[in-house]
Write a protein that binds this ligand. Sequence first.
Ligand code: SF4
Length: 168
Amino acid sequence: MSKIRLAGIVNDSITDGPGIRLTVFVQGCPRSCPGCHNPQTQPLCGGYEEDDAVVLEKIKSNPLLDGVTFSGGEPMIQAKNLLWLAGEIKKLGLNLFCYTGYIFEELKNVEGANDLLNYIDVLVDGPFVKEKRDYRLKFKGSTNQRIIDVPKTIKQNKVVLIEDEKWN
Ligand code: SF4
């Protein structure tokens, strides 16, 4: 078990993926995307530390959840600290989505990211690009970002996108 540096937790979210979700906003992001929707989550030393077991209890206490979303901040820079929680989320039968400012192909160079990807069902990748913002997008901010089916991507060893309209 680990401590996770958090910006906050939102229960019953309907904006971070299809269905009712608990969203874990991690604290800290090395990017400074102009127009970042959560600039308060950028400082690496901001937010607060929380036990992953406490986060898990919050998840378990909500019977309405379809799944959990890791957002931020940049979840992948805390990949190692999120690993145990991700495994427990999957044991509960919940789906797990994750946002990252990295593109998928960069993650092989991020410590712990490959291990975390083994538990993630859907990854929204790439930084927010203000010039490519489109308010019609349901669960991403700009058109450069991709909605990736992670299990299929790992199995086929190439990025497989989700075209389902509930996502797009
Ligand atoms: S990657 Fe996301 S959290 Fe980080 S600066 Fe860009 S928009 Fe903000």
